[in-house]
Write a protein that binds this ligand. Structure first.
Ligand code: GSH
Length: 201
C-alpha cells in the first residue's frame, strides 16, 4: 500500500497525523514543501481545495486535516467502533479546533485594534477550553473517552501549535494535558520519530 502525507516544512496541522502514522507503524512518504517557495502554482492548482495537508493512499486523495486524522486513526486502532464514542471524539476534536481557530484569527489579523481583540479572545479561549479539556481528561482516566484515541493526538497537536506560536507552555497549569503530552511523546513509534525530528517548528 502506498501512503503519502503532503504538507509544509512545519509541524502545524499535520503533526498529530504524523504521530499517529508513526505510532501505527504505517510506512508513508512525508512530503514537506518549503514555505518560502510557496505557492508553487502547479502544486497548488492540483490540490482539491488549494491547501495542505493532503493525504494520498493508493492513488486516492483526501484533504482537510480532521478528515485525514480520523481516517488514519481508523487504520491505527485509534478510532473506536461504537458510533456514540466516535461522535464524542469528533466533538472533542472540533472543540480543539475551535480554540486553534482563535490562534489563526489572531495570527492573520492585520488591523492592530482587531488584532488586540483577537489576542484577548485567544487568551480567554485558551483558559476556557483548556480547563474543560483538563476536566474531560481527568474524567476519562487521562484520555478523551477513557482510552487512547485520535482525539488525544489532535489535542496534543493543538496544544503544541498554540505553545509554539505563543512562545509559552500554555498547558503548564493543566496536569492532565501535560501528562497526555508526555504519554504520547513516549509512545512507540512517536518516540523514535521525535528523536529524529528535533524541535517543533
Ligand atoms: N481546514 C483546512 C485548513 C488547511 C490550511 O489552512 N492549510 C494552510 C496551511 S496550515 C495552507 O495550505 N496554506 C497555504 C495556502 O493556502 O496556499 C485543514 O484543516 O486541513
Amino acid at each position: 500500500m502506498s501512503r503519502k502525507l503532503v504538507y509544509f516544512d512545519i509541524n502545524g496541522y499535520s503533526e498529530p497525523i504524523r504521530y499517529m502514522l508513526h505510532y501505527g507503524g504505517l510506512k508513508f512518504e512525508d512530503v514537506r514543501y518549503l514555505r518560502k517557495e510557496w505557492p508553487i502554482k502547479e502544486v497548488k492548482d492540483s490540490l482539491p481545495y488549494g491547501q495542505l495537508p493532503i493525504y494520498e493512499e493508493d492513488g486516492r486523495t483526501l484533504n482537510q486535516s480532521i478528515a485525514i486524522a480520523r481516517y488514519v486513526a481508523s487504520q491505527t486502532g485509534l478510532l473506536p467502533a461504537d458510533l456514540w464514542e466516535q461522535a464524542k471524539l469528533d466533538a472533542a476534536v472540533l472543540n480543539v479546533y475551535d480554540v486553534v481557530k482563535k490562534l489563526a484569527n489572531y495570527f492573520f489579523e492585520k488591523d492592530p485594534v482587531k488584532k488586540e481583540e483577537a489576542k484577548k479572545d485567544l487568551d480567554e479561549g485558551i483558559v476556557y477550553y483548556f480547563s474543560r479539556f483538563e476536566k474531560e481528561l481527568k474524567a476519562g482516566g487521562g484520555h478523551f473517552g477513557g482510552k487512547l484515541t485520535w482525539a488525544d493526538f489532535v489535542l496534543i497537536g493543538g496544544v503544541e501549535l498554540l505553545n509554539y506560536h505563543l512562545k509559552d507552555a500554555k498547558h503548564k497549569d493543566y496536569p492532565a494535558i501535560a501528562a497526555l503530552i508526555s504519554k504520547i511523546h513516549a509512545l512507540p513509534g512517536v518516540k523514535e520519530y521525535l528523536a529524529k525530528r528535533g524541535p517543533y517548528v
